[in-house]
Design a protein around this ligand. Structure first.
Ligand code: SAH
Ligand code: SF4
Ligand code: F3S
Length: 446
């Protein structure tokens, strides 16, 4: 049947949606872009903030309401909310046909068959280690692919629901990852992003390299070794990995990033707060100074290193002074981009025991202040690139303006330019930057 997947949440969810698509295609279903043509609509959900959950519930509500005008339509929810809420999700969306958790996605084709045979609604949110990761999460022909290397999370940040919905931390064997990337390249992939919630814990959870493995560059750390092999795969032009944590910025990782040409000079390094008291309450495991030292180390060895980050405003008991520390710290570091979130209490997390005492209006104010700060910083940083030539991986027509094309720099900035005849997605071209916005560069092909 015709299916369509709508994805909320992080890159791990995007990867899962790609893998689900592949799986359904293999089972004879057809993927359609347009929801109205779909007989099966799957929403891949995120639980990280209440707002993300509300969005998904709203979307599911509309989809099941539309069953009236789309007789026979099947609507399912997969991912983190199914995992977290289980049968309660059916209370919020009564006409839902199935809800399948993060560990059970490999069972989707069978679950859909059971629904089609009249055995719905079905809930499957069991927690076991299904090897769904082995399914290449890659749509054929796409130039950029996400590859899971570390599943789950055990860092236990006080505010975070991820450990509850993604299970215990486990690292995939390097050989399996390398195999998957070879397949991706064979299907036209050029750029790979290695994914893990706290990606620098890769290989610290369980062995991933054979005991007698010798890295040609002499790396002993699992992630540095992986970067070395992945960047050496013929056809891989760009390698990224996310999300970072200051504890993982070791001398070896920095050497890998600086000496391996395919590894891009960009890191997403979530900060969360610039106040040590907040960081401690958040159980982040570093101080502002630790963070600063990680950034300095990378900057000292890698020219043009770009940093992006996540920040939470209004964590319980955060004072105006502590918020100001975050603002100042952000300005000091100079982030290329940042994602600012208002604290949202998540059931079951340690922070949820604390009173959510920063008023919504004050969270909003702090959020706005940081958005302005980020825009100013982003613009100042990008203005310095004006006049320079940058290497762009061409992605395709720009979403906003079909006459223009878009691509990304190695530092992960979007570049908009006029295409030339015969240009193809996946080409690497040089663009001279003529104009900058806080999050976008504009230029001409050279
Ligand atoms: N694993 C990633 C982050 C996953 S969630 C990492 O740790 O790097 C993405 C971001 O959402 C987090 O970095 C944090 O800034 C934000 N976030 C997570 N839980 C939140 C909550 N309860 N309220 C507000 N923001 C939250
Ligand atoms: Fe959540 Fe922290 Fe794990 Fe990130 S590292 S997923 S914020 S617990
Ligand atoms: Fe959201 Fe699940 Fe990712 S909760 S942030 S989609 S791991």
């Amino acid at each position: 049947m015709n299916f369509c997947i709508k994805t909320y949440g992080c890159q791990m969810n995007e990867r899962d949606s790609e893998a689900v698509s592949e799986l359904l295609l293999r089972h004879g279903h057809t993927c359609v872009e347009n929801e109205s043509e779909a007989e099966l609509v799957i929403v891949n959900t995120c639980s990280v903030r209440e707002k993300a959950e509300n969005k998904a519930v709203g979307k599911l509500g509309v989809l099941v309401y539309e069953k009236k005008s789309h007789p026979g339509r099947i609507v399912g929810a997969v991912g983190c909310m199914a995992q977290r809420m289980k049968e309660n999700l059916f209370k919020q969306v009564p006409e839902l046909d199935f809800a399948v958790g993060t560990h059970r996605l490999a069972h989707l084709p069978a679950i859909i068959d059971r629904v089609l045979n009249g055995h719905g609604p079905i809930l499957d949110a069991e927690e076991n280690d299904e090897r769904f990761d082995e399914l290449a999460g890659h749509i054929q022909g796409s130039i950029s692919a996400f590859v899971n290397i570390l599943l789950g999370c055990e860092r236990g940040c006080a505010y975070c629901v991820v450990p509850f919905v993604r299970g215990r931390e486990r690292s995939r064997p390097a050989a399996e990852i390398i195999d998957e990337i070879r397949k991706i390249v064979a299907h036209g992939g050029i750029e790979v992003t290695l994914l893990g919630q706290s990606v620098m814990s890769y290989g610290r959870t369980n062995p991933v390299w054979p005991e007698n493995y010798v890295s040609p560059m002499g790396f002993t750390e699992p992630l540095a070794r992986l970067l070395e092999v992945v960047s050496g795969i013929e056809g891989v032009k760009r390698v990224r990995f996310t999300s970072g944590h200051p504890s993982g910025i070791t001398a070896e990782l920095v050497r890998a990033m600086s000496e391996l040409p395919a590894v891009c000079e960009h890191l997403h390094l979530p900060l969360q707060s610039g106040s040590d008291r907040m960081l401690k309450m958040m159980r982040r495991g570093y101080t502002a100074d630790d963070y600063r030292r990680s950034v300095d180390l990378l900057r000292s060895k890698i020219n043009g290193m770009a940093f992006t980050t996540d920040v939470i405003v209004g964590f319980p008991t955060e004072t105006v002074e502590e918020f100001e520390m975050t603002r100042q710290f952000m300005e000091e570091i100079g982030f290329d981009n940042s994602f600012i979130f208002k604290y949202s209490p998540r059931p079951g997390t340690p922070a949820c025991e604390l009173k959510d005492d920063v008023p919504a209006s004050e969270k909003m104010r702090r959020n706005k202040v940081l958005l302005v700060v980020q825009d100013e910083m982003g613009l100042a940083i990008n203005n310095r690139i004006v006049g320079q030539s940058v290497e762009v991986l061409v992605e395709g027509t720009s979403l906003r303006n079909q006459a223009c094309w878009a691509g990304r720099t190695r530092t992960n900035k979007i570049v908009i330019f006029e295409p030339k005849p015969g240009i193809k997605p996946g080409e690497i071209m040089n663009v001279r930057i003529e104009r900058a916005m806080p999050q976008t560069l504009y230029g001409k092909l050279i």
